[in-house]
Ligand binder design. Structure first.
Ligand code: UD1
Length: 332
């Protein structure tokens, strides 16, 4: 019996594999290394001292998925595989719809065929669009403001409709806030192929001199220091949220959504200051124009995940900044 992890070599996927293995779960991993590296698979094995089956395949490939289910007794699936860059999704919407939807459709078809009806889906706080108020609860209105967000929302809806059609399904939709940080070993972290878009990978580039200055997108928002506020969460806490979600889909059927965040908001300048203080390095930055589509504030109310999954994020902002930098220093 094993948990299939799609996209298990990626940033959140690899940390989740480690925590699943540490919790004594058996796993099978599929990844096509579109936005990850084969080394991640070796490192997961090295860090945990555990072995597992790995398939280098595209999750859109239904026959490859079929073979994985035929060769292994898959009892649950965590579905991470997908494209995730908002800006790129606006330039290549069809590619995003094709990949993110096709991989999920192939997966759900094969799960149905093999009678595997327990799924944890990697959703995103992006499904709240520009939130009308903060903290954001799971009951708030959903909307998509870019193609990436649309794919997450469509998949959430597909899962809800699937459960409505067949009450044997047990699906947890995990809405991530802003994952940063890295494994404490310093061996695994965020390692995007190409130029990053998210704040922490860009701070790391500025800190290591790979980028001259970081642009802070706007300081005229209605927030305490004028810069945008987000709910940054340590990737290991996020990974542990998946271990809790797997236990919950085993216990009861349904299709609930859970916010995985800390419930605390930090501004861009607070993150820069915390990073500089904890790591003793300077982040050269300039104040730039607002980035279109950015909400002034977005942070979670994580009470439902605490109540239903028994999970809370425990790692603070200092540890997130320390572990992010530690990973970069170890892998320069
Ligand atoms: C972004 C996506 C969101 C996605 C999430 C996780 C957008 C509009 N939103 O969220 O849909 O779910 O990533 O992948 O892209 N910032 C700077 N300078 C930079 C980069 C970022 O000031 O060079 C600021 C942003 O304005 C924002 C904060 O840092 O306030 C965090 O940005 P980012 O890491 O891109 O995450 P989100 O915008 O929250």
């Amino acid at each position: 019996m094993a948990v299939l992890v799609t996209g298990g070599a990626g940033y959140i996927g690899s940390h989740t594999c480690i925590e699943l293995l540490n919790a004594g779960e058996d796993i099978v991993v599929i990844d096509n290394f579109y936005n990850s590296k084969p080394r991640a698979i070796e490192l997961i094995k090295e860090i945990t001292g555990r072995d597992f089956a790995f398939y280098e395949n595209d999750c859109c490939d239904e026959s490859a998925l079929d073979r994985i289910f035929a060769e292994n007794f898959i009892t649950e699936v965590i579905h991470f595989a997908g494209y995730k860059a908002v800006g790129e999704s606006c330039l290549k919407p069809v590619m995003y719809y094709e990949n993110n939807l096709q991989s999920t459709i192939s997966l759900l078809k094969v799960m149905q065929k093999y009678g595997c009806k327990k799924l944890v889906f990697s959703s995103s706080a992006t499904v709240y669009g520009i939130p009308a108020k903060v903290p954001v609860t799971e009951k708030m209105k959903l909307s998509a403001i870019n193609p990436y967000g649309s794919t997450k929302l469509i998949i959430e809806n597909m899962c809800r409709e699937l459960y409505a059609s067949d009450k044997e399904w047990s699906i947890a939709l995990l809405r991530y806030f802003n994952p940063i940080g890295a494994h404490e070993s310093g061996k695994i972290g965020e390692d995007p192929n190409g130029i990053p878009n998210n704040l922490m990978p860009l701070i790391l580039r500025a800190a290591s001199g790979k980028m001259a200055t970081l642009s802070v997108f706007g300081n005229d928002y209605p927030t305490p220091d004028g810069t945008c506020v987000r709910d940054y969460i340590h990737v290991v806490d996020l990974a542990l949220g998946h271990v809790a979600a797997i236990k919950s889909v085993r216990k009861e059927t349904g299709c609930p959504a859970y916010n995985l965040g800390t419930g605390k908001g930090y501004s861009v300048l607070e993150i820069i200051n915390a990073f500089e203080k904890v790591n003793g390095v300077k982040i050269p930055y300039v104040i730039a124009a607002r980035r279109p589509g950015d909400a002034a504030e977005c942070y979670s109310n994580p009470d439902l995940a605490k109540k239903k999954l028994g999970w809370t994020a425990e790692r603070g902002i200092e540890q997130m900044c320390r572990d992010s930098w530690n990973y970069i220093k170890n892998n320069a």
